[in-house]
Design a protein around this ligand. Sequence first.
Ligand code: SAM
Ligand code: SF4
Length: 330
Amino acid sequence: MLVDPFGREITYVRISVTDRCDFRCVYCMAEHMTFLPKRDLLTLEELLRLSDVFIRMGVKKIRLTGGEPLVRRNIVWLIEQLGERVKRRELEELTITTNGSQLPQLAERIAAAGVRRINVSLDTLDPARFEAITRWGRFTQVMAGIEAAKAAGLAIKINMVALRGVNEDEFDRMIAWCGEQGFDLTLIETMPMGEIDGDRTAQYLPLSIVRRRLEEKWTLTDIPYRTGGPARYVRVEETGRRLGFITPLSHNFCESCNRVRVTCTGTMYMCLGQEDKAELREVLRTSESDGPVEAAIRAAIARKPKGHDFVIDRRHRRPAVARHMSVTGG
Ligand code: SAM
Ligand code: SF4
């Protein structure tokens, strides 16, 4: 069992399997990013070994994210290996957060591997707007990916980042569309992570305002569903689907935090909103036995902070956390 100094059990690990992406979403990345040299990345075998150590230490849920996790070469191998752990009931759940671009080819294999649910990021249903937000994304490809995932029997949750002046007129349409498709929906506030080309304070739209607006049209009933993360859920009575609000800036969710994040280079972050980290790659590469890896994880969990101090800083316009969201994958 992994328990931090505040008594929180760590049962959930989010692993970013690559820092690369085939999109350049405006709130996430600058258009010209410098990516890590390949040798710095954990190999897929190392990622599996690290996952197995976490599983032995009591982790029940793993999410693969990125960058775009499905653009990593041979990622299906890792998904299948981890899926075996699900089938053997060593792991309760394996999930993926994806931009959807590779789903047309991969959805069936992902479902066959034992993945039951995925999150797909989709900020708009308007093709031109989609291309403006993602810069390099192709709307029809992502929609085909979502269709393929649905056909493969994967449960889908759509992640939509709420952007002032960009997609704030689309929440009603997205709720209705998700209702028709049978998808849950989560709205996300922009978080001040990493240098981007634009002004983040201009994009920031507090979800408290969004919720008030939505309540004029929809019947939203609070429900006790919790994932240990920063999302709070309601049921949209008109569609019967869940709607989540991820509000790390305007809400404190840290008391129930059950997770840590590992980057593709084996750096573990104990909090999304803090800089403290533990480097696991060298321990992995220099020890044949897993004992030193376990010890390094335990030492890091003992430093897990009580909470974050995100703030959208209007005076300095600097990100609160220097690393991009694509380093830890959200
Ligand atoms: N590429 C995959 C995708 O887009 O789903 C996985 C990685 S992406 C970093 C994970 C989630 O973080 C996406 O839903 C994305 O919209 C969100 N995200 C990225 N940058 C963000 C930011 N600065 N604030 C809030 N959410 C962000
Ligand atoms: Fe890529 Fe996901 Fe970041 Fe968009 S949000 S640039 S798809 S990592």
